[in-house]
Design a binder for this molecule. Structure first.
Ligand code: PLP
Ligand code: ZN
Length: 401
C-alpha cells in the first residue's frame, strides 16, 4: 500500500489522512508506492487501451473510478511545422482531446475518485478556468456538489460556460488566481470540502500518465518533454511518473523536462536563469494565456527540481509569440489549442533559434487545452466572416479565388 511523503523533509503520512501540506515543515506531499513490491508488468499495460486507467497499478484509486474515458490523447507528428523550425522529430500530444478539453481531466478522474474513496461529500478548487471545468464535469459524473472560485474577469468564456453548465457553484473572486487559491484552501480546511487544486497529491497522480502515454505512443523515451508552466503541477507530475518508470526499469533514461512560461508570468524561468534555490513570486502576472497566468506556482519547487535534475530548459515566450504559434498549429497542422497550450511549441521554436536544442532530438510538446476554450481570443486574431447578399455573383466577388 502507498503512503504520502513530504517532498521536503520526508515525513510520512498514511494514505487516508486528508492533508495537503506537511505538518512539520509546510511543504507539499507526494504519493509514494512500494515499487519493489507492486505487481505491475508492461505486458499487462500493453493489453489495455491507452488511457489514464491503463496504468492503474501506479494510481492510488482502489474503488471503481469516476471516469469519462480520459487520456489516450493523440500524439501528432508535426511534420510541416517541424520542417519549418528545423526539427524532424517534433510531436504534439493534444490534451485538448480529453472529455472536458484539457489535461486537467486526467487529474480529476483520479482526484474525484479519491474524494469518494476517502468518504468526502463535496469538492472544491480555485481555477484559471480548466480546473473548474474539469472538476464540474467529474463532480457531475460522481453525483456530488462542487464549488469553484475563479479570478473575476480573467477566465476564458468556454471554461466558465462548462463550469456553469455542469452544475458547479461558481464564485467569481475580485482578486487573482493566487488569492482565490488561498481562499479555497482555507474553506476546505475549515468546512470539510475536498480540495482538488494541484496541491492535492492524488490529482497529480492522474496527470503523470501524460508521460507514460508519450513513452508508449512514441515507442521510446522522448529526448525532451515540453510543457507550458502555470502552477507547475503538470511538469512535476510528469517528471514524478517517469522517475517511477525508471525505478521499475521500464525506461532507462529520463527526458529533459522543459518548461515554458509567458513573459509576463515567469517566476520559474527567472529562478532557473538566475540559478536561485527558490523562485520569487510575481505579484501581478499578466498574459493572454490565462491558463498560465500564475505568479506564485504552488508546485514551483518540484518543477525546479524536475528541470534541473534532467538537464532541462526553461524559457519565456511573449504573448505575440504564443498567438502566432496558436495560429501556426491551427493552420499548418490542423491542431486547435488555446493560447497557453501553444506556449510549449512557441518555446521550442525560440529555443531552436537560440541554438539551445539539438536538431535530432525527439521532442514531445504537450499542448494542454482545446481551441474552443477561449473563442474570444481567437475571434480577435482573425478577420471576421465576409457577409454578402444571397446570390452567386456576390459570392464570387467576395471570394479570394
Ligand atoms: C492548467 C493548465 C496549464 C498549466 O498547468 P500547471 O500544472 O498549472 O503548470 C497549462 N495549460 C492549460 C490549458 C491548463 O489548463
Ligand atoms: Zn515536511
Amino acid at each position: 500500500m502507498y503512503h504520502l511523503a513530504c517532498v521536503n523533509c520526508g515525513a510520512t503520512y498514511p494514505a487516508d489522512e486528508i492533508i495537503y501540506n506537511c505538518k512539520k515543515c509546510g511543504h507539499l506531499l507526494a504519493v509514494k508506492y512500494p515499487l519493489d513490491k507492486i505487481s505491475v508488468s508492461k505486458a499487462n499495460w500493453n493489453r489495455r487501451p491507452i488511457s489514464v486507467w491503463r496504468y492503474r497499478e501506479l494510481l492510488p484509486v482502489t474503488i471503481p473510478p469516476v471516469t469519462l474515458q480520459e487520456g489516450g490523447t493523440p500524439l501528432y507528428h508535426l511534420k510541416r511545422l517541424g520542417e519549418e523550425i528545423g526539427l524532424p522529430y517534433l510531436y504534439a500530444k493534444h490534451e485538448g482531446m480529453n472529455p472536458s478539453g484539457s489535461f486537467k481531466d486526467r487529474g480529476m478522474t483520479v482526484g474525484v475518485s479519491m474524494a469518494l474513496q476517502l468518504g468526502k461529500k463535496s469538492v472544491a478548487c480555485a481555477s484559471t478556468g480548466n480546473t473548474s471545468a474539469s472538476l464540474a464535469v467529474y463532480a457531475a459524473k460522481a453525483g456530488i456538489p462542487s464549488v469553484v472560485l475563479l479570478p473575476a474577469g480573467k477566465v476564458a468564456v468556454g471554461k466558465v460556460a462548462q463550469a456553469l453548465m455542469h452544475g458547479a457553484e461558481v464564485i467569481s473572486v475580485r482578486g487573482n488566481f493566487d488569492r482565490a487559491l488561498e481562499m479555497v484552501h482555507d474553506l476546505c480546511l475549515t468546512h470539510g470540502l475536498y480540495l482538488l487544486n494541484s496541491i492535492n497529491p492524488y490529482r497529480l497522480e492522474g496527470q503523470k500518465t501524460i508521460g507514460f502515454e508519450a513513452v508508449d505512443q512514441l515507442g521510446e523515451v522522448p529526448d525532451r518533454i515540453v510543457l507550458p508552466v502555470g502552477n507547475a503541477g503538470n511538469i512535476s507530475a510528469v517528471y514524478k511518473g517517469l522517475l517511477e518508470l525508471q525505478e521499475l526499469d521500464f525506461v532507462d533514461r529520463l527526458p529533459m523536462m522543459t518548461g515554458i512560461q509567458a513573459e509576463g508570468s515567469s517566476p520559474i524561468v527567472r529562478a532557473i536563469r538566475e540559478n536561485l534555490p527558490e523562485y520569487v513570486p510575481e505579484r501581478d502576472p499578466e498574459t493572454v494565456a490565462t491558463a498560465i497566468r500564475i505568479g506564485a506556482p504552488v508546485n514551483g519547487e518540484k518543477a525546479l527540481t524536475a528541470i534541473r535534475r534532467t538537464n532541462g530548459l526553461a524559457e519565456t515566450v511573449t504573448d505575440a509569440e504564443i498567438l502566432s504559434m496558436q495560429k501556426d498549429l491551427a493552420r499548418k497542422e490542423g491542431i486547435g489549442v488555446e493560447p497557453a497550450s501553444a506556449a510549449s511549441v512557441a518555446g521550442i521554436r525560440k529555443l531552436v533559434q537560440m541554438g539551445k536544442i539539438d536538431r535530432d532530438e525527439k521532442i514531445v510538446c504537450v499542448v494542454t487545452g482545446h481551441l474552443l476554450k477561449d473563442p474570444e481570443t481567437v475571434i480577435k486574431q482573425c478577420e471576421p466572416p465576409t457577409e454578402i447578399d444571397a446570390d452567386l455573383p456576390s459570392l464570387l466577388s467576395a471570394l479570394h479565388l
